[in-house]
Design a binder for this molecule. Structure first.
Ligand code: ADP
Ligand code: MG
Length: 420
């Protein structure tokens, strides 16, 4: 038997990274199929919406693989295909640095991993890009006396030209036939862009003038209108190709655990009931499965515990995840919501544990549970939890009904052992 390395153990589960390798991508057959059909349909763009930690970026990575002729996932899922696609595909994750549509277009053109290197291959496109550089230089050079007014003028010049330049560069790439099927631009974390006005209408004009260009936009949202923040036109631009990614099914989640175990030749494994427990704790969020899996494998490996890990082991891992702040953001949000009050923690957990339809929480029931645990006046704590001071994690839907803003956080609250 070959020796398993620490590196393999550390990478059996990857909570911090999306799944690029089709062999490690679990389930999602319907959505992969929808995405594939949208890739081969002329003139359709793709949108992936859904909650945090649900698997949007991973699906986007798979779309890129398929668009570049890698049909392994289609074959694995038994989705029929009769050709290998050939797109020039680029991926850009917005993070929180993009302010508006113009800045987004500029980044796509000037980032090395995006279009930059392709543009340098094509003289006409290089010339177009030089125009952009000209503008940028003017922008810097003219910042002199009256800084603010100069900035506004230059940014208006840029506003017009960046769209034209982008348009021309794409046309040049398409004309040069850089790839048989055209150009695919995947924009991840689209919801992070502060002001996306003008994007939908720009997309519309591109759709008419540059067939062969496809966008795939990805972000945290309930639907496409919510993601595009523009109601008209977005419907038709994404007609039939909006993928609203739901929570994952139990079999799909189990497969993630098995894939993790197999990647280290089953050196460490979970018992059946431990697997069930992880699946139950994750509430359909693959992120939580990876978070628990990684912490469990790491701990077991360093403790030299190579037999099956059981439910108790998983229970202890949850404590370690909280103590070591394995996810500092979720843990930080938990601490902010609870702050120094045991009563508020009890109410927060009672809210998270309520099983309602549409994720709605009927507070009358929650108050009963909290009072049983000796919380006086539980409604005041719900009042706190909707305010900014405590992270506004909970939203009032209507009288007596509330819900969590983010189902991933709700899942974390449910799983995390109490502080008090
Ligand atoms: N189909 C899948 N199979 C296995 N792991 C997945 C799958 N989808 C997502 N994951 C894992 O779940 C976590 C969250 O996925 P990610 O794609 O980053 O979600 P999102 O972009 O929606 O926040 C990551 O650890 C990722 O590796
Ligand atoms: Mg993502």
């Amino acid at each position: 038997m070959t020796q398993i390395t620490i590196k393999q153990v550390e990478n059996a589960f990857v909570p911090a990274r999306e799944i690029s390798d089709p062999e490690k991508f679990s389930g999602r057959e319907t959505y992969v199929k929808d995405a594939y059909l949208a890739l081969i349909a002329d003139g359709s763009n793709i949108a992936i919406v859904g909650n945090r930690g649900i698997g949007k970026s991973s699906l986007a990575r798979q779309i890129i693989n398929i668009s570049q002729g890698d049909n392994r996932l289609l074959d694995k899922l038994g989705i029929y295909s009769d050709e290998k696609l050939d797109y020039l595909s680029i991926y850009y994750a917005c993070g929180n640095s993009i302010t508006n549509t113009q800045e987004l277009l500029e980044r796509l053109l000037t980032t090395r991993e995006c279009f930059l290197e392709w543009i340098y291959e094509i003289p006409t496109a290089t010339k177009e890009l030089d125009k952009l550089n000209g503008n940028l230089n003017i922008g810097i050079a003219s910042v002199g006396g009256d800084v603010s007014s100069e900035r506004t003028t230059t940014s208006t010049i840029q506003k017009h030209s960046i769209e034209t330049i982008f348009h021309n560069v794409i046309s040049d790439l398409l004309k040069a036939k850089v790839a048989k099927n055209g150009v695919l631009i995947v924009i991840d974390e689209f919801d992070q862009i502060k002001d996306i006005s003008g994007f939908a209408s720009f997309l519309k004009s591109l759709a008419t003038n540059t067939p062969g260009l496809k966008f795939c936009i990805v972000g945290v949202a309930q639907d496409i209108q919510n993601l595009m923040k523009e109601h008209e036109s977005s419907d038709r631009l994404f007609a039939g190709s909006v993928i609203n990614l739901p929570v994952m099914g139990k079999t799909e989640l189990r497969q993630i655990i098995i894939t993790g175990e197999n990647s280290i030749n089953n050196l460490i494994t979970f018992s059946e009931s431990a697997k069930d427990k992880i699946i139950d704790l994750s509430q359909g969020h693959p992120y939580i499965v990876h978070l628990i899996g990684k912490q469990a494998f790491r701990t077991a490996y360093f403790d030299g515990k190579y037999e099956e890990l059981d439910e108790n082991y998983v229970e202890n891992i949850l404590k370690a995840i909280a103590e070591k702040e394995a996810d500092p953001v979720l843990e930080g949000r938990y601490k902010k919501a609870v702050a120094s009050s045991q009563a508020r923690e009890i109410v927060l957990k009672a809210l998270a544990n309520y099983n309602g339809t549409d994720n709605e929480i009927f507070t009358t029931e929650v108050y009963k549970k909290a009072i049983e645990k000796d919380v006086d006046n539980p409604s005041q704590y719900v009042g706190h939890l909707v305010t900014n001071d405590y992270g506004s994690e909970v939203i009032k839907v209507r009288d007596k009904y509330y819900r969590f803003k983010d189902s991933l956080f709700q899942t974390y609250v449910k799983a995390r052992p109490s502080i008090y």
